[in-house]
Write a protein that binds this ligand. Structure first.
Ligand code: PMP
Length: 750
């Protein structure tokens, strides 16, 4: 190398040191009086030379900004193609820019301000810089070209990290693409990271390495600079705002540019981790490639916990732009009630005006982000990108009904049924849990030709006429219509509040025996027994151990069928089992599905035995316009794939056990926590008056509303509404659990 430098640049090299590099090599070269950076490049194609020419031009264009300058070699040339150890290489020499790297000095507000000023000034100068090669170049490190990184997503090994990257790229489509016509484009440095920015006396003094220079959105300069400045920092928005405020003093920005900044910062993070994934395979020894990978994932996880509206508003304020005032909650409620009946309730004393969500977070219109420890419908996480993409693609291809042939009906049915014991081999698709339970009752009565239905105390199965008739929670409400004659109500086998408490199987058997004596008198008229494995509206009460195993045979003896309503308990939420009935070691004749099935897309199904389906076939045609449509099938498939890929049933088990353990620790200090029950991420916390064990609705509501004010969503349920329910998306983490526990501790004054 020394010989090459001396030959081409006519200088006397005293010392040379390899500095490493991303995809080219860099050397620090010392002569008796000067320092230089010597760079070598692989000869891959003509592009390298054209790019280096462009870089030389930009150096000259920014001569006043303390960037490197290219050193002229022999024949008045800057760049040479030569050979090193028989391998062709391209070489050049740059002046050495003095200063400490930004990454090596303390990050003060003064430094950040000078950073903003520097970038603003540089971009203003670059605005008049033109280079056709750069303008035509498709650069994978340019946010605008994120699609060039799409193939690398599959190389990210951890599926929970992969989904974050997919989410970011979907966000780009949704939030950046529509604004592209308004985004100014020019050549920018495109990599103002802490290893390229130089400082002197605590302020930014220069910048090096224009190797990623691109013709792209001007705002990407800030997006990238901010990304690296906030890595490993606690308050990224605050840091971003200091940089923005200084930048706009030199180079004002447009509202549309500021509004995409949140999304472009996360896009840079996503591109960076895609490159690391690719680099691990192509170049596993090059540590340079992984420098920011870990911190990038940490920031991506942190980023989804920030409401984009909050970021946008803060960025707008920093840029001296106006912020939008959203409609007030009061006015949106009154607008709602002009067309929507108040019989549809709203959660919390202060209802929440939602605007967006991501995985276990929900975002309101005012910039708050809520940790969702409550909603079980977005089972694999709000807006899971695999589910969203599956739906979008299917909708753009074909949406029709089961009277035509299409692939995904067969594919999904087989995949879904494979999750059941082999006896359950037929499926009917509908669009809600209510439609499913209604159909289940029709199937049962058609099959048995009997009328009586045994239902569970406090059970809920849906809002159709059949649904209400079989839902004690509704018909037995003080405003309800009461129990119909064909309904037999079973006492809930509750081992906390009920009369038998020993949950080692004895209580289950005792409750079962009570029901058996009750139905003995029904003279073989029972069509069905229906129950949820954990009775949600009872206050998340799991059926006592052994209960169903004792009941099912008795129902069948009377010619009836056994229905398990898995609308809430299905799809792995319970952790140790995929379906709730498995925990009771029984196989139902009919299973009702809903809620988590489509992760929020309206889907329901009835799964039953061949025999029951066969009997139904002798009746009138069954048709549901939307049940089983190709879009729903694609979505259902994506949900099952995500549960498997991200091992979410296992996550529900581990995080759920941790959750219950932490709650038990809390219970030791707080006798107002009477009971903690449930399974996996299906948890009930019964709040009582310790003096007499009676329900303490007021405290349960205080906890619920206080947590809401701390931006954590949970709810209450049960006949006395004193049971806190927590059924979060099953991507919930132990860290999320800690947040909930700390918030409850705060309310309880611990
Ligand atoms: N069954 C159970 C156990 C439910 O919890 C619900 C809804 N809460 C239903 C059925 C009815 O489902 P949907 O609201 O989708 O009609």
């Amino acid at each position: 190398m020394k010989a090459l430098i001396e030959q081409y640049f006519s200088i006397q090299v005293m010392d040379i040191k390899n500095l490493g590099g991303y995809d080219n090599a860099n050397y620090l070269v010392k002569t008796a009086s000067q320092k230089y950076i010597f760079k070598t490049y692989r000869v891959s194609d003509d592009d390298t030379k054209s790019f280096l020419e462009a870089e030389n031009q930009v150096f000259r264009h920014l001569a006043s900004m303390n960037t490197s300058q290219s050193i002229k070699g022999i024949d008045d040339q800057y760049v040479f193609q030569t050979e090193f150890q028989g391998v062709p290489i391209i070489i050049r020499l740059l002046s050495f820019v003095e200063g400490d790297f930004m990454g090596d000095v303390p990050q003060t507000d003064k430094l950040l301000r000078s950073f903003g000023h520097f970038l603003g000034e540089m971009d203003l100068k670059l605005c008049s810089f033109q280079n056709y090669f750069i303008q035509a170049h498709q650069h994978a490190w340019d946010n605008k070209n994120w699609r060039l990184n799409q193939h690398s997503i599959a190389l990210i090994e951890n599926p929970s990290q992969r989904k974050l990257v997919e989410h970011v790229f979907l966000n780009y489509e949704e939030h950046v693409v529509p604004k592209i016509p308004f985004l100014r484009q020019q050549i920018i440095h495109n990599d103002a990271n802490e290893g390229n920015v130089l400082t002197k006396n605590g302020v930014v003094s220069g910048i090096i390495d224009f190797g990623d220079m691109a013709y792209t959105f001007l705002i990407n300069e800030l997006a990238i600079a901010i990304t690296y400045a906030v890595l490993d920092q606690e308050n990224p928005i605050k840091i971003a705002c200091i940089i923005i405020m200084a930048y706009v003093k030199k180079n004002p920005l447009l509202e549309q540019e500021i509004d995409v900044l949140y999304y472009l910062i996360e896009t840079r993070l996503a591109i960076s981790v895609c490159n690391s994934a690719q680099g691990k395979i192509q170049n596993p020894e090059n540590a340079h490639i992984f420098t920011s990978e870990k911190a990038a994932f940490v920031l991506l996880e942190h980023w989804i916990a920030i409401n984009p509206i909050f970021a946008q508003n803060e960025f707008r304020k920093a840029a001296g732009l106006r912020t939008d005032t959203p409609q007030s909650t009061a006015s949106i409620i009154s607008q709602r009630h002009r067309s929507i009946s108040p019989i549809l309730s709203l959660s919390y004393e202060k209802p929440i005006y939602m605007k967006g969500a991501a995985f276990q977070y929900m975002y309101d219109a005012y910039g708050n982000a809520y940790l969702d420890a409550y909603n079980n419908i977005p089972h694999v996480g709000h807006l899971h990108p695999k589910v969203v993409t599956a739906g979008q693609r299917a909708m753009a291809r074909l949406n029709t009904n089961t009277r035509y042939l299409y692939d995904d009906l067969n594919v999904y049915s087989e995949k879904l049924l494979a999750k059941f014991p082999k006896e359950l081999s037929k499926v009917f698709f509908v669009n809600s849990g209510s439609a499913a339970s209604d159909l289940a009752i029709r199937l049962a009565t058609y099959f048995t030709k009997k009328k009586k239905i045994v239902v569970m105390e406090h059970g809920y199965h849906g809002h159709t006429r059949n649904g209400i008739e079989i839902s004690d929670y509704k018909f037995n409400n003080k405003k309800g219509l009461g129990k119909q004659d064909h309904i037999i109500k079973a006492e809930i086998p509750d081992t906390y509040n009920g009369k038998y408490k020993n949950n080692d199987g004895t209580a289950g058997l005792a409750y079962a025996n009570d029901l058996i004596s009750q139905i003995m008198w029904s003279k073989n008229e029972i069509a069905a027994f229906i129950s949820e494995p954990i009775v949600g509206c009872a206050g998340q009460v799991p059926l006592a151990k052994g209960y169903l195993a004792a009941i099912y045979p008795e129902i069948r003896k009377q010619g009836g069928v056994c229905i398990s309503d898995e609308v809430q308990t299905g799809f792995g939420r319970l952790g140790d089992v995929f379906w709730g009935f498995e925990a009771q070691a029984v196989v139902p004749d009919i299973v009702v599905l809903g809620k988590p099935m489509g992760n929020g897309h309206p889907m329901g199904a009835v799964v039953c035995t061949e025999e029951i389906a066969k009997s139904f076939e002798s009746g009138v045609e069954f048709f549901s316009s939307f049940g089983g449509n190709p879009v729903s099938m694609a979505i259902g498939l994506a949900v099952l794939d995500v549960i498997e890929e991200e091992q979410l049933q296992q996550n529900a088990l581990e995080v759920g056990n941790y959750y219950q353990n932490e709650l038990r620790k809390l219970q030791k200090e707080n006798p107002c926590i009477g009971d903690i029950r449930g399974s996996g991420l299906f948890i009930g916390i019964e709040i009582i008056h310790p003096q007499n064990q009676s329900p303490n609705r007021a405290l349960a509501h205080q906890i619920k509303n206080n947590l809401r004010n701390q931006h954590i969503l949970i709810s209450t349920d049960g006949p006395f509404d004193n049971v806190i329910k927590s059924k979060p998306p099953i991507c919930f983490t132990k860290k999320d659990v800690d947040r909930v526990i700390n918030a409850i501790m705060e309310v309880l004054g611990n």
